[in-house]
Design a protein around this ligand. Structure first.
Ligand code: ATP
Length: 443
């Protein structure tokens, strides 16, 4: 069993991500902005593929889940009701000498970090105080307390407050889920590990409403289903595990919770949380809004407040997992190669098309093939540099298949199809190229 991370240091992923255009530091020409990142041409495709795969599996392929896209700024009462205003805090400690701030639970109190102002001594940390993680802003031109609003710290509350709208407007039947993808914001005290923990990030969350007595059954179901999603998309199962929370780790609203954890280069860490939220949120919003947030069974007329199981996943953390897990360094014919072994559904580019030579290499034929494949897949065309270098470039971008047009193509109407992982190269008749790609890619 392989229980080591795919790569020793996250720095390897950070530099590949920059070099190949997956992820860049934000506003880099101005020196960057701590913990903010931009997705480049390849990264944006991976991120879109991740969101698409999640949406397909959580919404489109199911009869019991519908989608939602709520606004980021919500009525401030939402955050009073949910408990975020009073309780969404982390314990912050501050060094009296350099002013550095740390999350108390992220540092070893017996060995505080070294003080950057006084390098020979550790930071002099004061008492922990609670720090609210919500970003505040003002709605409208006048800045005063009456129009303070918050950037949502989770997408979940947009789902709870829309519970009656969804029930009244769609034909959902108990049990059912409402899923949403979108940005969330947390003014994290310590951001670290590249895109693992940032202040602006995307989430993919689903609230599954069920009968109270069925919650634990659905909890078991969602734990296995969510773990399997990563495995089906090619993440090494030995680097995934489900870790149930201890009682003292549970959030105030949660009666049971488990994390899907991944073995990052910096150790096992949370990737997704699956929580039993009970009726906490609907009851709180009913209390604060004065509206009834209940389910009424049409046949029996029975009414009750549904219980909720929530699988909550970070999109950026998921992209980081796919990028890290796909990373491989190998030796091919005595030469090193770096390859990203993405699942075809996650790979930013599915097929690359090359003419063997730029001149006299029948580029018009290669272009024609490329134009045809572009209709179906995200493709790239490359005629620069020698063929070996072009293959290596695609390996580093994680492209599963390359199609090469050479002199024989003009004679026998065949092309070379090269497999990224096995490196096998075989001739495929042009007439069956698409069919062959459907077979090997799976779509
Ligand atoms: P953590 O313990 O890592 O702070 P959490 O338990 O507070 O996370 P949840 O509120 O359960 O996180 O959010 C659900 C998911 O959203 C997390 O599993 C993670 O993938 C993602 N997430 C949460 N906070 C961040 C962040 N600051 N940056 C990136 N992703 C995040």
């Amino acid at each position: 069993m392989d229980t080591s991370p795919s790569v020793e240091s996250l720095d390897t992923i950070v530099s590949l991500a920059k070099r190949r255009g997956f992820i860049f530091p934000s506003s880099e020409i101005y020196g960057g902005l701590a913990s903010c990142y931009d997705y480049g041409p390849l990264g944006v495709e991976v991120k879109r593929n991740v969101k698409e795969a999640w949406w397909r599996s959580m919404v489109m392929s199911r009869d019991d889940v519908v989608g939602l896209d709520a606004s980021i700024i919500m009525h401030p009462r939402v955050w009073e009701a949910s408990g975020h205003l009073a309780g969404f805090t982390d314990p912050l400690v501050e060094c009296g000498v350099c002013g550095s701030r740390y999350r108390e639970d992220h540092i070893d109190a017996s060995a505080p970090p070294m003080c950057p102002k006084n390098k020979k001594k550790p930071c002099e940390l004061g008492e922990a105080r609670n720090f609210n993680l919500m970003f505040q802003t003002n709605l409208g031109p006048v800045i005063d307390a009456s129009n303070t609003v918050y950037l949502r710290p989770e997408t979940a509350q947009g789902i709870f407050v829309n519970f009656p709208n969804v029930v009244d407007s769609s034909r959902v039947k108990m049990p059912f889920g409402i899923a949403q993808q979108g940005k969330s914001f947390r003014n994290e005290i310590t951001t670290r590990h590249f895109t693992f923990r940032t202040c602006e990030f995307e989430q993919m969350e689903m609230e599954f409403f069920c009968r109270p007595e069925e919650m634990l059954e659905w909890y078991e179901y969602w734990k296995t289903t969510r773990l399997q999603w990563f495995i089906d998309l090619g993440v090494n199962p030995d680097r995934l595990r489900l870790r149930p929370h201890d009682d003292d780790e549970l959030a105030h609203y949660s009666s049971a919770c488990a994390d899907v954890e991944y073995l990052f280069p910096f150790g096992w860490s949370e990737l997704e949380g699956i929580a039993c939220r009970g009726d906490y949120d609907l009851k709180k919003h009913a209390e604060y809004s004065g509206k009834q947030l209940m389910w009424r069974d049409q046949t029996t007329n029975e009414t009750f407040v549904p219980y909720v199981v929530e699988p909550a996943l970070g999109t950026d953390r998921t992209v980081l997992v796919f990028l890290t897990d796909a990373y491989c360094e190998e030796e091919v014919d005595g030469n090193p190669r770096t390859v990203l072994k993405f699942h075809p559904k996650i790979a930013p580019t599915k097929v690359a098309v090359f003419p063997l030579l730029r001149k006299n290499g029948h580029p018009e034929k290669a272009k024609e093939i490329y134009d045809g494949l572009k209709e179906h897949y995200s493709c790239t065309y490359d005629d620069s540099g020698n063929i070996g270098r072009r293959y290596r470039r695609q390996d580093e971008a994680g492209t599963p298949y390359c199609v090469t047009v050479d002199h024989d193509t003009m004679d026998d109407n065949t092309v070379t199809l090269r497999d990224r992982d096995t490196l096998e190269q075989r001739r495929v008749p042009l007439g069956s190229l698409r069919e062959e790609l459907v077979k090997v890619l799976g779509f």
